[in-house]
Design a protein around this ligand. Structure first.
Ligand code: PNS
Length: 165
């Protein structure tokens, strides 16, 4: 069985992520979408909320499993019997950032990486831009699955409410 991991923060999952996950699912027997709790990124959704949104968004793909992971990606992959990382890249800046991580992962345990060029219509899209646009009242429905868009808009509204005291 060929098993790949799609790691990420997914805060929240976008249509760009889903494009990459769906294409990876067509290439591998199983794709494990691994939600990392990246401490350097402060986001809107808890890791469990991100997993729940991904499960709903990926429900149509039987070969896709969603899980949380902590620690090193290479350790997670070794424990899960995963030999390949599948990562979407939007630009040369993404490649530059991802390449050193891919090389480090390969040097650590032999874990290899395949880069999937993001579909051009999503090359500008990122979770952080979705949060910024939604936070300032913009329409993010073109960039998200309907259920995720609903949750993002609710969270944006809650964050705009003045806090007591
Ligand atoms: O694409 P993202 O959202 O920035 O991905 C974040 C994540 C969690 C996938 C990435 O930071 C990661 O792999 N973290 C695990 C820690 C690790 O293995 N670090 C060494 C990388 S060489």
């Amino acid at each position: 069985m060929t098993r790949a991991v799609c790691p990420g923060s997914f805060d929240p999952v976008t249509l760009g992520h889903l494009d990459v996950i769906g294409r990876a699912a067509a290439m591998f027997d199983e794709v494990v979408v691994a939600v990392g709790d990246n401490i350097s990124k402060r986001g809107w959704f808890s890791p469990t909320e991100r997993v729940a949104m991904l499960r709903e968004a990926c429900a149509a793909w039987p070969g896709v499993r969603i899980t949380l992971f902590g620690g090193l990606l290479v350790d997670f992959c070794r424990a899960e019997g995963i030999g390949v990382v599948a990562k979407g890249v939007r630009s040369s800046a993404d490649v530059a950032y991802e390449l050193s991580m891919a090389q480090m992962n390969r040097r650590l345990t032999g874990l290899d990486t395949v880069f999937l060029p993001t579909a051009p219509e999503w090359s500008f899209l990122s979770s952080s831009l979705v949060r910024e646009v939604a936070g300032l009242g913009g329409d993010v429905t073109p960039f998200l699955s309907p259920a995720v868009a609903d949750q993002v808009q609710r969270r944006a509204a809650a964050r705009r409410e003045p806090t007591a005291g």
